[in-house]
Write a protein of this length. Structure first.
Length: 403
């Protein structure tokens, strides 16, 4: 058994010693993101290598949570998962594969969180066990939150099944649920143990969900990678038809851009007030709520991107004409850039959408910080937005929605 080294500490001079003691330590985070196909084929050992890892005396317990929308498209998936775990000596499937509701409904019902936590406890999971979640971004958010808060952290392996989850949220470090009428009000910053992006799930994804995830690719291209934006313009028609080769390239490049921002942006857990990866999101989050989630997240983000790009032009930050270029790309990809929720009003006649600015600020605290554009591929941070210019941007959207 290893022996601990004794460290001598000086005795305090008296009980009235008021000196300040600063505690400081650092911890490196690391997780793998694999791009593969047919992860639950017994010939594919990507998941097996993750859950078996270093050997230990006790068998590794694995709990699998499945988005019911995925099961509808792949009815034999439960059987395949159970058969796969059977091929992993030293791994035990802790309880049957469980299905939960997908989409924002997963994040809107607090009972689902406590049900999952209870299930993990009843299935005998501990910090050396694994929770494997297969589903869209909302289900990954919920299950990640449940795993992070049970035993103060059970290892979570994400298997994202949508374009949006594979290229954005699934490779990030956030978990959470909606609460009190606001998006992601409760949650944690806890990185996953690993991410497996399986292209086979994209094949069976409904077209609307394939398209919705492309909005995040446009977003990250606009703030970080002009060449990627130009590639999206070049491939827009093929992407709108969901051609597999360009779609896979979009997912991979977008995921890598998000990963680079998280790793090298200087604030992976958003301790400050800057949220560069949330370009277009102050409006998008509010539009989702105002539409009672009739708008998919990516659909709302597309509107938010177009709105903030037009605002960037009106504010004198972005050259005129670039707003039309961005809007045309979004329309070519198949997005609609107007929804009646954009013009929702309160009893005083004020735009409800404007409340999204304060909610966006409150989520982080500190100063309001919004990412706008000073060039395609270059974001800039501002700390205020003019309601009149927002209104003008919305009117422009209403007029130009069909481009």
């Amino acid at each position: 058994m290893p022996r601990e080294t004794a460290i001598a500490l000086p005795l305090l001079e008296s009980k009235n010693d008021d000196r300040l003691f600063l505690q400081r330590f650092s911890l490196a985070y690391e997780f793998s993101v694999s791009f593969t196909r047919d992860a639950f084929s017994t010939d594919n050992r990507t998941l097996a290598d993750l859950i078996l890892g270093p050997k230990r005396d006790a068998a590794t317990r694995v709990s699998v949570i499945l988005d019911e929308g995925v099961l509808r498209e792949m009815p034999d998936l439960k059987r395949r998962i159970a058969a796969y775990v059977d091929t992993c000596p030293g791994a035990i499937l802790a309880g049957p594969v469980e299905t939960i509701v997908g989409g924002e409904a997963a994040k809107n019902d607090p009972k689902l969180l406590t049900d999952l936590q209870r299930r993990f406890v009843d299935n005998g999971l501990d910090r050396h066990s694994y929770v494997v979640c297969i589903g869209g971004g909302a289900v990954l958010d919920l299950v990640g939150y449940a795993a992070a808060t049970t035993h103060r952290g059970i290892r979570h392996i994400r298997v994202p099944t949508t374009v949006l989850a594979q290229n954005d949220s699934g490779v990030g470090v956030k978990n959470g649920i909606n609460a009190f009428g606001m998006k992601n009000m409760l949650g944690t910053f806890v990185p996953p143990h690993a991410v497996i992006n399986d292209s086979a799930f994209i094949d069976v994804l409904p077209g609307r969900d394939k398209r919705a995830g492309m909005a995040e690719a446009v977003k990250v291209a606009l703030i970080r990678d002009r060449a990627f934006f130009e590639w999206l313009e070049e491939k827009a028609e093929a992407l709108a038809l969901f051609a597999s080769e360009p779609l896979e390239k979009l997912i991979r490049h977008c995921a890598l851009l998000h990963m680079r921002q998280i790793a090298h942006g200087g604030d992976p857990f958003e301790r400050g007030s800057v949220r560069p990866l949330d370009f277009g999101h102050w409006a998008a989050h509010k539009l989702e709520v105002l539409s009672d989630y009739a708008l998919r997240h990516g659909e709302a983000v597309a509107i938010g991107i177009a709105l903030d790009t037009r605002y960037s032009v009106l504010a004198g930050l972005l050259p005129a004409g670039e707003d039309l270029r961005v809007a045309r790309l979004l329309v070519r990809l198949g997005f609609e850039l107007w929804h009646e929720a954009c013009d929702a009003r309160d009893d005083t006649g004020a735009l409800k959408l404007l409340k999204g600015l304060e909610e966006f600020r409150e989520h982080l605290g500190g100063d309001l910080t919004i990412t706008l554009l000073e060039a395609l591929g270059v974001g800039v941070e501002v700390h205020s937005m003019d309601p009149e210019l927002i209104g003008q941007s919305l009117e422009w959207l209403r007029r130009e929605a069909g481009i």
